[in-house]
Ligand binder design. Structure first.
Ligand SMILES: Cc1cc2nc3c(=O)[nH]c(=O)nc-3n(C[C@H](O)[C@H](O)[C@H](O)COP(=O)(O)OP(=O)(O)OC[C@H]3O[C@@H](n4cnc5c(N)ncnc54)[C@H](O)[C@@H]3O)c2cc1C
Length: 382
């Protein structure tokens, strides 16, 4: 169970072991049902909260356990290893994306009202940045908040691809508050998902079946001044800061997914007889697996290094982009190559490797596509 790594304390190893037991006993056996039903029951959030998994890194004052960041790394790796992109997407958006903005930019009152109940499993969080016409280019977003007479704001616009969008209790939302276009005029608001004027419409997807994804429309949605996170027009700075965490988390999750694919392929190829002997006794199969295992190990170490820089508060933008690029591209490759080793059995809808193949395809797109990661690396390193 121990990954025998300089980055993990014995406590983090024990946390990993406990987390794996919890996921294997209470979550893995139910995933097929939730995938088929295309939902995650609300009580699951409470189960995770009881295990201190909805934000192990957050302060105790807001329901967290104040655990070192590598406890989160261990948790996220195990979450990826479950082999459901939809499930890990829903949980990681809640704990490492949407609530991250409350932690970074929220005041004490906002943290008590939203972060604490989210960490304790009483509220579900979603993050609404992407728009139909603004994805990779966050600075192009067009959703607006205009001040209303007597205080507060009225929000108008549409957000796309909102994970947990249908079930969320609140939406951390990026909107334009400045007159001028570009990154300077963006602010963050926490918006009650059931406020008048909010319309949520589910979208169907290639994979990530148990995760709900919504298009969210805001029409004259009234938000009090207390809904503004941080200073007006400071949103872009917080988004760039939170992207470091989002990307290193995405890399860790992708490593967990690649581990899972390799685990499934090793088990299958050891048992599958072809031409009178197990698949693994064919040198080509052994070498393919050995190659993939070593590539995953290399990406894992790069990812741990990025996580270490991030956890120390060192400049980590480029390292997090490198980790996200390498780990997610590799997860797509590994799941494809492992599916090939299953032959036709890997193509069946019910096959766990088929779900991984569908679900990891999103890894190189969401949370900053590979092309954007290369841009960040080039901007920093060249
Ligand atoms: C299932 C799912 C869940 C999601 N969850 C969330 C969520 O919870 N919250 C949220 O805010 N968003 C979410 N997203 C949105 C996701 O982050 C975006 O899809 C992603 O950032 C890409 O934006 P886009 O889809 O608008 O693509 P575009 O920005 O239109 O890009 C299209 C293609 O062009 C490439 N490209 C863009 N710019 C350049 C460039 N300068 N040079 C070269 N190539 C370029 C991109 O890499 C991509 O391949 C989710 C998406 C999906 C599918």
């Amino acid at each position: 169970m121990s990954v025998d790594s300089i980055y993990f304390s014995p406590e983090a190893d024990a946390f990993r072991a406990r987390t794996r037991r919890f996921l294997d006993e209470h979550i893995a056996p139910r995933l097929d049902t939730w995938e088929a039903e295309r939902r995650i029951p609300r009580e699951v959030w409470k189960l995770f909260a009881d295990e201190a998994l909805l934000g192990p890194h957050y302060p105790r004052a807001y329901g967290g356990a104040e655990l070192p960041f590598f406890h989160s790394v261990a948790y996220l790796e195990e979450l990826g290893r479950l082999g459901s992109g939809g499930f890990r997407g829903a949980l990681s958006v809640h704990s490492y994306m949407a609530t991250a903005y409350l932690h970074l930019a929220g005041d004490h009152r906002q943290k008590l009202a939203y972060l604490k109940p989210a960490v304790e499993g009483d509220m579900i969080a979603a993050l609404a940045i992407t728009e139909p016409q603004a994805g990779s280019d966050v600075s192009a977003l067009a959703c607006t908040a205009r001040p209303t007479p007597g205080g507060g704001y009225a929000i108008d616009g549409t957000k796309a691809f909102v994970t947990n969008g249908m079930t969320a209790d609140f939406l951390v939302t990026a909107v334009r508050t400045g007159e001028s276009p570009g990154p300077g005029g963006i602010s963050l608001f926490v918006i009650d998902a059931r406020a008048p004027g909010v319309t949520r419409t589910p979208v169907e997807k290639l994979g990530w079946h148990c995760s709900d994804t919504a298009t969210v429309r805001f029409e004259d949605v009234r938000v009090a001044d207390g809904g503004l996170l941080g200073r007006k027009n400071s949103g872009f700075v917080w988004i760039m800061k939170a992207f470091e965490l989002e990307r290193v988390a995405a890399a860790v999750l992708a490593i967990g997914e690649a581990d899972r694919a390799l685990e499934l392929a090793r088990r299958y190829t050891a048992g599958r007889q072809v031409f009178g002997r197990p698949l693994t006794s064919h040198q080509m199969v052994r070498h393919r697996l050995a190659e993939l295992i070593s590539q995953v190990e290399a990406a894992r170490q790069l990812t741990y290094h990025a996580a270490w820089l991030y956890s120390r508060g060192r400049p980590a933008m480029s390292a997090c982009a490198m980790a996200k690029l390498r780990a997610t591209e590799l997860a797509v490759d590994v799941t494809g190559q492992c599916l090939q080793l299953f032959g036709g059995h890997g193509y069946l809808d019910e096959a766990p490797i088929a779900r991984l193949f569908r679900d990891t395809r999103l890894d190189t797109i969401a949370g900053g596509a590979s092309e954007i990661m290369r841009e960040i690396i080039a901007d920093t390193e060249l």
